[in-house]
Design a protein around this ligand. Structure first.
Ligand SMILES: [Zn+2]
Length: 141
C-alpha cells in the first residue's frame, strides 16, 4: 500500500514538472507573425506600430514580406545584433548580405550587426557585402 502511494506521489511530481516545462516552453517559443515559424531570438525582427501593437518575425525576409502590405504606421523596427544578441534599432544596424543562410526555410541571407567591424568581418569571411538598410528601402514606396 505504501509503495502505491509513493508511486502516485512520484507520478504527480513528474506531471507538475512536465506542466511547468510546457508552460515555459510555450512562453519562450514565440512564433513569427508572417509564417508561424518558431523565432530564434538571435534573428528576431520586431515591428512596433504607432498604436503600440507589436509584430514579431523570425527573419528579415519575413518582416520585409509583411512590410510590403502593412497598412499600419510603424514606430520602430528592432533587429538583433548577431554577435551580442542585443536588440538594436534598425537605423543603428549594419546589414550584410552573404552566402550564409541564417533561416533556411526563407533563405534569409541578410545578417545584422551592431558594429561595423563585425559586419565587415562577416562580409569578408563569407563572401558578402554591406547593403543599405532593407527596411528604409521597403518603406520608401
Ligand atoms: Zn518567419
Amino acid at each position: 500500500m505504501k509503495k502505491k502511494v509513493w508511486i502516485i506521489v512520484i507520478l504527480l511530481v513528474i506531471g507538475v514538472i512536465a506542466a511547468i516545462g510546457g508552460l515555459m516552453k510555450g512562453r519562450m517559443a514565440a512564433r513569427c507573425d508572417y509564417d508561424g515559424t518558431r523565432i530564434q531570438p538571435i534573428y528576431e525582427v520586431d515591428f512596433e506600430f504607432e498604436d503600440c501593437s507589436i509584430k514579431r518575425f523570425c527573419s528579415i525576409v519575413c518582416s520585409l514580406m509583411d512590410l510590403k502590405d502593412e497598412k499600419k504606421k510603424l514606430k520602430y523596427i528592432t533587429v538583433v545584433d548577431e554577435v551580442s544578441g542585443k536588440k538594436i534599432d534598425d537605423s543603428l544596424a549594419f546589414f550584410v548580405e552573404s552566402d550564409v543562410i541564417a533561416i533556411p526555410h526563407v533563405k534569409n541571407r541578410i545578417h545584422v550587426f551592431a558594429e561595423k567591424a563585425d559586419a565587415e568581418r562577416h562580409a569578408s569571411q563569407f563572401d558578402g557585402k554591406l547593403i543599405p538598410n532593407p527596411f528604409s528601402l521597403a518603406m520608401r514606396k
